[in-house]
Ligand binder design. Structure first.
Ligand code: NOJ
Length: 556
């Protein structure tokens, strides 16, 4: 395997300088990263076989989306057994092997934890269905009687994030309609009842299971959703609501104050382990200040910066969100994080070039309004990443963005798999377009994703040109840009630096971080750069002028 094996990997970090404060963390979506078995679905041995490419890219850590046992109704975010690997992805031994080799290569490993809901195939939910109302088995989930004389109406009006009602009615043993259960997501994903201490105990057991195996942390799914408001009151969202609640206040199932007690409990569990383990919140909140509540010193270590991800390619808005992020996270002693793409959002190489806005979570398909302008998208994506990787704090990179992959818009209806697509009767395309297996080799079957050429979602014909091997050695490629950015970020300690704003024009974001000056131009006219050696640039600089939709770093 072509990666170095330092004698003493992953030494502990100093308080205040823990690895997660500055790390670049690469998100692996296991089913789409690398398939060793040849069944068209990526797996753990596939990840292990490609670790060398991540060492080479220069990332500090990887985050793996779920690989635990699951019927895969929501691509693994429906977990049936939290302490085992789904056979699709391999075995626990495969996991241990991957973890050991990642650590040997100096890469930390964060895994996904899904505590808001389980799969309906989880043994607890099966027991709940087989038990009577009011039983201890039912009390681990949110079961309620329906409204109306026959209980035929759902207990309240909540809607699933994926569309349709958030309640499904059960059938009793005698065949009669029974109680309803809550599922903020698909009907195959029943919500746990976090007011029940048994649920707390079970998740502490699960945390310890993986901590004992040596994971460096957990990305906590729907970390703003576990606690629901007392009495489960009705809620009427605005028509254009972001489905995960990122733009709404006072939603009875998002951001309830009681949720923080859970993470204080988990913080204490992690503190028993060596090695600076970390909890990362997926908490879609409307403001930076609210997001920062998840990373107070006795809770989690990081929270995804979704207000940053949702910001348009606009200098004034970017300056504002960067300032706000550094202020709000800094106020609680946490690093800011930065993220532009993940497995739930339209890839930023497409999102930045939409010709009409699309609500977050709805996805994009062939019939959507606002079809993107691909070349503009890639140009802005390269610029946006150049800006992001210069910011102090920790940054996330989603697999494939280092290749400049766009969202796959042209997927046929009959290959789509996201529950959003099915639950909205095709009204929302959902997230399949950012989950297409990534290309490694331009000439190999399946572009090297799988030895058989199988791929659970079809890869576009043009992806041969974007394959990793086609970009290797080309200094103008997006892969080379990412490598240079990551190496330069590390060499200049930008993750641990401080940002000082520089005066610039309306369409320019300009700041100094240590001995690096960063300039991004979101306007449509070139801007003059300060004198100095150009360390890295997302586009060619002509006569000291930074062209439109580009960004660069200059030695101060
Ligand atoms: C957020 C995850 O990122 C998403 O992919 C998943 O569908 C939902 N949570 C439900 O677990």
């Amino acid at each position: 395997m072509p990666y170095p094996t330092p004698a003493s990997p992953l030494s502990p970090t100093r308080p205040g300088a823990e690895w997660w404060r500055t790390a670049v963390i690469y998100q692996i979506y296991p089913r789409s990263f690398a398939d060793a078995s040849g069944d068209g679905i990526g797996d753990l041995p596939g990840i292990t076989s490609r670790l060398g490419s991540l060492v080479d890219l220069g990332v500090d850590a990887i985050w793996l989306s779920p690989f635990q046992r699951s019927p895969q109704k929501d691509a693994g975010y429906d977990v049936a057994d939290y302490c085992d690997v789904d056979p699709l992805f391999g075995t626990l031994d495969d996991f241990d092997d991957m973890l050991a080799k990642a650590h040997a290569g100096g890469i930390r490993v964060i895994i996904d934890l899904v505590p808001n809901h389980s799969s309906d195939q989880h043994v607890w939910f099966q027991e709940a269905l087989a038990s009577v109302p009011g039983s201890a088995a039912r009390a681990r989930y949110v079961f309620r009687d329906g409204k109306g004389p026959d209980g035929a109406e759902p207990p309240n009006n909540w809607e699933s994030v994926f569309g349709g009602p958030a309640w499904t009615r059960t059938t009793d043993a005698d065949g009669e309609p029974g109680q309803w259960y809550l599922h903020l997501f698909d009907s195959s994903q029943p919500d746990f009842d976090w007011s029940n201490p048994v649920v707390h105990e079970e998740f502490i057991r699960i945390l310890r299971f993986w901590l004992d195996r040596g994971v460096d942390g957990f990305r906590v799914d729907v970390a703003h959703g576990l606690v629901k408001a007392d009495g489960l009151p009705d809620y009427h969202p605005p028509a254009d609501a972001d489905s995960m609640g990122g733009e709404e206040e006072n939603v009875p199932y998002w951001g309830q104050p009681g949720v923080h007690d859970i993470y204080r409990e988990w913080n204490r569990v992690l503190a028993e382990y060596d090695g600076d383990r970390a909890l990362v919140a997926e908490a879609w909140r409307p403001t930076e200040d609210e997001t920062a509540l998840w990373v107070r010193s006795d809770e989690m270590q990081q929270a995804f910066n979704f207000p940053y991800l949702l910001t348009e390619w606009d200098a004034a808005e970017l300056r504002e969100v960067i300032s706000e992020s550094l202020r709000a996270f800094g106020a609680v002693g946490a690093p800011s994080t930065w993220v532009l793409s993940n497995h739930d959002v339209i890839r930023h190489a497409t999102r930045y070039a939409l010709t009409a806005p699309l609500p977050q979570g709805h996805g994009i398909g062939p019939k959507s309004p606002g079809q993107p302008i691909p070349a503009l998208g890639l140009r802005r994506a390269r610029a946006a990443t150049t800006l992001m990787l210069a910011l102090p704090g920790s940054a996330y990179v989603y697999q494939g963005e280092e290749l400049g992959l766009p969202e796959v818009v042209e997927l046929d209806d009959d290959v789509r798999q996201d529950p959003t697509w099915f639950r909205t009767g095709g009204e929302r395309y959902g997230r399949d377009g950012c989950r297409v297996p990534i290309p490694w080799s331009s000439d190999a079957p399946g572009y090297g994703f799988s030895p058989t050429g199988e791929s659970w979602l079809p890869q576009p014909a043009v992806w041969g040109d974007l394959a990793r091997d086609a970009q290797e050695g080309d200094p103008a490629s997006t892969l080379s840009l990412y490598r240079t950015l990551l190496a330069t970020r590390r060499a200049h300690g930008l993750g641990a630096g401080e940002l000082e704003w520089l005066d610039a024009g309306d369409d320019t974001v300009a700041f100094r971080n240590g001995d690096v000056i960063v300039v991004a131009n979101t306007g449509d006219a070139p801007v003059r750069l300060p004198a100095g050696e150009v360390l890295v640039s997302s586009a060619d600089i002509l006569d000291g002028m930074l062209p439109a939709d580009s960004a660069c770093w200059i030695a101060a």
